[in-house]
Write a protein that binds this ligand. Structure first.
Ligand code: SAH
Length: 445
């Protein structure tokens, strides 16, 4: 009955997991029009530092690529949007902030894959861009409640975070603030012990995270990585660049490169049919790194984000105070985001590993038994305000017009997880490979 165990795990978990102990986050603002994430941190302060720095740079060296512009706006060491954000104060509202369901489901997904791999003796949970740390906190609660399963597993948490302020917020959330900065002889810049007794490490990049059997989680992370933008013209592909507006010397505008650039040569596929294309090479490099690690050490990656499968064109957006914001105005004070191109990620995996998805969040969560879990949470909630909050966050996650159809899940797995390495395995082994939870329908009978 091996094929039934993901279902059994999900049903047991739906009934046994407790509620979330943290205070519930503030309600979401209205989702922005078009694509991109409205449910992201936002800023109310003036900024100005990034713009000044960029104007000097543009005067000295000429137009910047959109990727360079986005990198400065989001992660400039002193003034970038993420570098300055602490995530405290109630306006940091991604899905894990308003609902415990994404974290629970992702925790169960990892456990389910760990069991399918024969329960390896050690497991690293790696989160890329953990925001306030809410997602990892919810995953750790799942691990704690199903501790009997994990009692023999050496578990550790590894967080990749570029923002010093957000890493403090994460430390508070996960360890109660008991952390040691700059530990000697380690690639990690901070370490601590979670409230549930598990070691937690912080790094600046994935390359610093130790190798080993790992689950890599990237929730609303890839859409914050810098993109290049390209426009088809009568003379061929041109790169969209950012320059000083000649009409207003303290403002920016988009221009087209006068000729092709190395990026147009390298990033546009000959068979491309769209007229406008966005490419995120940093996401490509990340996928290549994850693919090498998963191929060598096993484990999986689960990527959850706003995105498309190589069909959309102009998705570059800014958000400030829950509203759409001109991407070129006041850089460093607004969140900039571009939808993830999952077809590009698949290409970058270069066949080293298998990929599953993208699948819409609405379907993934349903396949993971989220409706049953909701019933249990509603039955157990004592007051109408909690019930209302639960229903509100469920609607945000599942409504096709909100995140339900716009947010997707995409997995990277070793080939042997989906296809047995030798044909003989199929003949000899009595139990077929268990299905990967979430990517196929959950049959309750
Ligand atoms: N995953 C969280 C937060 C998403 S916001 C959630 O879904 O709630 C994006 C996160 O990625 C923030 O923590 C931000 O500081 C971090 N981040 C952005 N660019 C990064 C980069 N280049 N390297 C590491 N972390 C980055």
């Amino acid at each position: 009955m091996a094929a039934l165990w993901p279902r059994r795990l999900l049903l047991t978990a739906a009934l046994r997991l407790g509620g979330r102990r943290r205070g519930s986050a503030t309600a979401l603002g209205p989702p922005g029009s078009g694509s991109g994430s409205a449910a992201r941190p936002c800023s109310g302060d003036g900024g100005g530092g990034v713009l000044r720095h960029l104007l000097l740079k543009l005067r000295a060296t000429g137009p910047l690529t959109v990727a360079e512009y986005m990198r400065e706006a989001l992660t400039n060491p002193g003034q970038g949007y993420y570098t300055r954000r602490g995530g405290v104060g109630g306006d940091f509202v991604t899905a894990p902030e308003v609902s415990q369901l994404p974290g629970e489901v992702i925790g169960l997904w990892c456990l389910s894959e760990w069991m399918a791999a024969g329960r390896p003796a050690a497991m690293q949970l790696v989160e890329l861009g953990p925001g306030t740390g809410a997602l990892t906190d919810d995953i750790l609660r799942v691990f704690k409640q199903l501790a009997s399963l994990l009692s023999k597993c050496d578990l550790s948490i590894h967080l990749v975070e570029v923002s010093p302020k957000l890493s403090e917020t994460q430390a508070q959330m996960l360890t109660g603030g008991k952390v040691q900065s700059n530990p000697e002889d380690e690639a990690a810049y901070m370490k601590g012990i979670s409230k549930t007794g598990i070691p937690v490490y912080w790094y600046r990049g994935i390359q610093d995270v130790p190798q080993g059997y790992s689950f890599y989680i990237a929730h609303e992370f890839l859409d914050a990585l810098p993109i290049h933008k390209f426009q088809r013209t009568e003379k061929g592909w041109r790169e969209v660049l950012v320059d000083i507006d000649p009409e207003a010397s303290d403002q920016l505008r988009f221009v087209l490169s006068p000729s092709s650039t190395p990026a147009t040569e390298n990033f546009i596929q000959p068979e491309e049919t769209r007229d406008h294309v966005e490419v995120c090479p940093e996401a490509g490099v990340l996928i290549q790194r994850l693919a090498s690690r998963i191929e060598k050490d096993g484990g999986a990656a689960l990527i959850a984000d706003y995105g498309h499968d190589g069909t959309k064109t102009d998705t570059f957006r800014g958000f400030r105070n829950h509203k759409l914001h001109d991407v070129l105005k006041a850089p460093g004070t607004a969140d900039l985001t571009a939808d993830v191109d999952f077809s590009y990620l698949r290409k970058m995996a270069q066949g080293k590993i298998a990929t599953l998805g993208p699948i819409k969040q609405r379907e993934f969560l349903k396949n993971m038994g989220v409706d049953l879990r909701m019933q249990v949470l509603l039955q157990n909630s004592r007051d109408s305000a909690t019930r209302e909050q639960l229903l509100h966050s469920y609607d945000m996650l599942m409504n096709p017009k909100k995140m339900g159809d716009r947010f997707h899940f995409f997995a990277l797995l070793p080939h042997h997880r989906l296809t047995p390495p030798h044909k003989e395995h199929n003949l000899q082994s009595k139990s077929p490979l268990p299905p990967v939870a979430g990517f196929g329908e959950l049959l309750l009978k």
